[in-house]
Design a protein around this ligand. Structure first.
Ligand code: NAD
Length: 307
């Protein structure tokens, strides 16, 4: 087993569910939970550690930011959740100051060179950009969960509705993890068969609408997302740990793809031990490229308000 992962916000729902997914994945060597609510993080770490004998030889414990200094991946899930009727961008004012405080703390504790910052807190695309600018790190070492969860929801919802095997459905959501996200039907397949030909336009629109609303639905019904986002986080961390170069829709800083620069959002991205290996400009339908531009515009506007 390879790497040490620190989860900042590890006492919360997303952080603790991610830790459980990492435990079940049996790939990382050590999981550290850090939270302002130290008692809660301690309890979660204890509960997870109790299962070690049934799962894997991992070190699982709670600690402070200083204990995260030798982590290979620092996953930040700290912050407030959305209210059901609130957009992710509305969260910004509440989460930005918490987030900057965490980055300052990490800076003070001197993370090891080559460590990866993995942002999950919302609004994730804005906070990913903030981490790059605030830390002054090479941008490949900072990535956000982006539309990994939306993409999993999209594939799972399509599979559930059409009685298809979920792991054989490949349908991306790209752009902002938020209101302007775009469904990518041009490359959507099940077992290699194009989905755009299997599903009517009405069905496509309906399935995307359900996906878009599914985050708010989970919040309304159980308070917040946990299991699926935990699995999504583990998917990205495992790609880093194993240097597997999996292509995932994580959020990263654009360097000219589709004419976009500076802004962080999701396009298909090769993920490996160095973090972002390559954010790929793949061929998309014109309306899908327009969708990405819409996300970039919305995110740039929010960013400029922040400054
Ligand atoms: N990117 C995604 O796909 C995605 C999906 C779901 C949730 N989220 C986001 O994840 C975040 C966490 O959601 P949650 O449901 O786990 O919330 P939660 O309230 O259950 O947990 C947040 C945790 O952060 C801790 N915290 C607050 N400030 C901290 C600090 N300065 N240092 C360390 N810990 C701190 C809190 O004590 C709490 O335990 C939210 O911003 C939410 O919007 C993102």
């Amino acid at each position: 087993m390879s790497i040490k992962v620190a989860v900042i916000g590890g006492g919360g729902r997303v952080g603790s569910n991610a830790a459980f997914a990492l435990q079940c994945g049996r790939i990382v060597r050590e999981i550290l939970l850090v939270d302002v609510n130290a008692e809660l993080a301690g309890g979660e770490a204890l509960d997870l550690m109790h299962g070690a004998a049934l799962c894997a030889d991992q070190v699982i414990r709670a600690g402070d930011t200083a204990a995260a200094a030798d982590a290979d991946v620092v996953c930040i899930t700290a912050g407030s959740r959305r209210k059901p009727d609130e957009s992710r961008l509305d969260l910004i004012n509440r989460n930005v100051s918490i987030f900057k405080g965490i980055l300052d703390d990490l800076k003070k504790n001197r993370l090891k060179p080559g460590a990866i910052i993995f942002v999950v807190s919302n609004p994730v695309d804005i906070l990913t950009r903030m981490a790059i600018e605030h830390l002054g790190w090479p941008s490949n070492q900072v990535l956000g969960l982006g539309t990994v969860l939306d993409t999993s929801r999209f594939c799972s919802i399509i599979a559930d509705a059409k009685k298809l095997p979920a792991t054989q459905v490949k349908a991306l959501i790209l752009g902002e993890h938020g209101d302007t996200m775009s469904p990518i039907w041009s490359s959507a397949t099940v077992a290699g068969v194009p989905l755009a030909k299997l599903l009517s336009v009405n069905e496509q629109n309906e399935l995307f609408k359900r996906t878009q609303g599914s985050g708010a639905e989970v919040i309304r019904r159980k308070g917040g997302a946990g299991y699926a986002v935990g699995l999504g986080i583990a998917e990205v961390i495992h790609a880093i740990a194993l240097d597997s170069r999996r292509i995932l829709p994580v959020s990263s800083r654009m360097t000219g793809q589709y004419g976009m620069r500076e802004v962080c959002l999701s396009i298909p991205t090769v993920v490996g031990r160095s973090g972002v290996v390559e954010a790929m400009e793949v061929e998309l339908w014109p309306k899908e490229v327009q969708g990405l531009s819409g996300s970039a515009k919305a995110l740039a506007e929010t960013w400029s308000k922040l400054k």
